[in-house]
Ligand binder design. Structure first.
Ligand SMILES: [Zn+2]
Ligand SMILES: [Zn+2]
Length: 160
């Protein structure tokens, strides 16, 4: 779909409103992750991850709770959440200081969201029907480069 107009900065926050954030630049990509960790984290069917440049995200990091976990690839990541209501907001991979994964459901405006694809579809809940017109990866795609390129094509001229 083309012709969407999304006004920057993107704004969002946690469920109780104690944490607010703003993103000043167009996101790098948006996808759904059906891995068992995202299912456990969201208490739901899948997670929505929106990758953004670290420098474009304005938030008071010191106000957030932090929890770390191992990743399937043997690295680790830190998970940042509202200390009051527990809403998960951001994930950062160890050693990566440039990209933040934002839990896209925490944005104020969901209307424009359109994931470019789905990863870890091997563990998707059985009722979920994969879309024909989106990218899919059975497990961990490793680099997200293809998802970033496809997103750039899909969202050209969306962000103003
Ligand atoms: Zn909160
Ligand atoms: Zn996941």
């Amino acid at each position: 779909m083309s012709g969407k107009k999304v006004v920057l900065p993107l704004e969002g926050g946690c469920q109780c409103g104690a944490v607010r954030y703003a993103i000043s630049a167009a996101p790098l990509t948006l996808y759904c992750c059906h891995c068992t960790e995202c299912q456990a984290q969201s208490s739901s069917a899948f997670g929505m991850s929106m990758l953004v440049d670290y420098d474009s995200l304005n938030v008071d990091w010191s106000s957030l709770g932090v929890w770390g976990r191992k990743t399937d690839s043997g690295g680790s990541m830190t998970c940042h959440f509202c200390s009051t209501c527990g809403t998960r907001l951001f994930h950062l991979r160890e050693g990566d200081t440039e990209i933040v994964s934002v839990k896209a459901g925490s944005l104020d405006d969901h209307d424009w969201l359109e994931p470019v694809g789905h990863i870890w579809t091997d563990s998707a809940q059985s009722w979920f029907e994969l879309p024909d017109d989106k990218m899919t990866t059975a497990r961990d795609p490793g680099e997200m480069d293809d998802y970033i390129v496809r997103w750039r094509e899909m969202t050209a001229n969306w962000f103003v």
